[in-house]
Design a protein around this ligand. Sequence first.
Ligand SMILES: [Zn+2]
Length: 473
Amino acid sequence: MVYENPDGIRIGLEVHVQLNKLKTKLFCGCSTEYHDSEPNTHVCPVCLGLPGSLPVLNEKAVEFAIKVGLALNCNIVEQTQFHRKNYYYPDLPKNFQTTQYDFPIAANGKIIIEGEDGEHIVGITRAHIEEDPARLQHMGTIDRSKGTLINYNRSGMTLIEIVSEPDMRSPKEARRYLEKLRSILDYLGVFDGDLEGAMKADANVSVFWGDRVEVKNISSFKGLERALVYEIMRQKNHIRRGGEIVMETRHFDEARGVTISMRTKEEEHDYRYFPEPDLVPLRVADWVPDVRKTLPELPDAKRERFMEQYGLGETHARALTTEIKVANFFEEVASKVDPKDAAVWVSDILKGELNYRELSINAFTVEDIVAVVGLVTGNKITEQSGVEIIRTVLDDGGKPQDIVEKKGLLKVEDDIVAKAVEEAVAENPEAVADYLGGKEKSLNFIVGKVMQKTKGRADAREAREKVLAKLNE
Ligand SMILES: [Zn+2]
């Protein structure tokens, strides 16, 4: 099946990723751990842009950027250089942002996503290093704000801007691209995606192969999909009414779920890039081989290996390798129980319960899931009881073995089930007659009675078989 892209949709994303696993900012020694701090407490003359202050490049930031570039299958430039991007905005007290211009550290890469028609390649145009501006906090919505507060704690944090080709053909593909990108960065250990401001996207969107509109300020996966669905619908309706799409920048208002026009192309800034005279050109080619050696096994490779090594299906392998923490957790469990059981219990059951409670895999231990799987596969408890134990551990705490005892979850003996079947059949002659007369549903009723009598501790499948055997005697 080939996806025809009937509406001629093209989406490209510019994603700003904050390398928040670095200890210090890009050009100064200020700590990057500002997220729980009072406003304007992680600042110094350099990241405040005071006159006379000089930037000192964070070597580790360059190393992380090379790592990201390599993981995105990019070419790493031989020698890079920083530029000043000049514009005046209150989040940028120097009047310019230090960024990369004609020699981005990485270029010409690609990411493979699950597309509308199977595997789909999204080109990476470039990835470059730049500093994060301060955070503006509008009082109210951006277009009706009465005032704005500025917090410079974020100013000078290291960003990688990752620019894709307009290769995505639906909001869903754009979301998958962003998820894949996050997954790769998560594997690299260069950022913590859970922190506020870790990842932000601007989207370029066009329909019917027309001119593109830029939508700014998207900060979540769900927000991205909503913004794109809205913007595509807006453009299509506009064209249907005889309008023309002009190149412009729009803002996504997450609260209202709409995009609002900010400025048209005529008003776009001419940024006037100048080479940054305070930072010398930096030769990075010699670093690349060493950084390449630090690259971990990435999601695609891990997924392939899980399928091969553990005999998992594609769906399980994919679900278990999206997050590195989950992948590691699974491998530990799989070293102690049958890997296929491990896949079912970690991917289908435990992850579902965690998602429902908005918890991460850290909320459960390998030891406890191994205990649960052992109890079920050892035929000590039913699958349903296994699920109940997981829920109890998550909601009230406790150890699986203790919960089994406290709740009396041990499977009842065969003769107790046999007795319950005997009774259920004897006590419900009408249902028996109905079943023998062809009413299949009556069987469920009798099995239900068996489950009641054993207080749910019989295996429902086994109980059903026993009732059937009894009825067919
Ligand atoms: Zn600073």
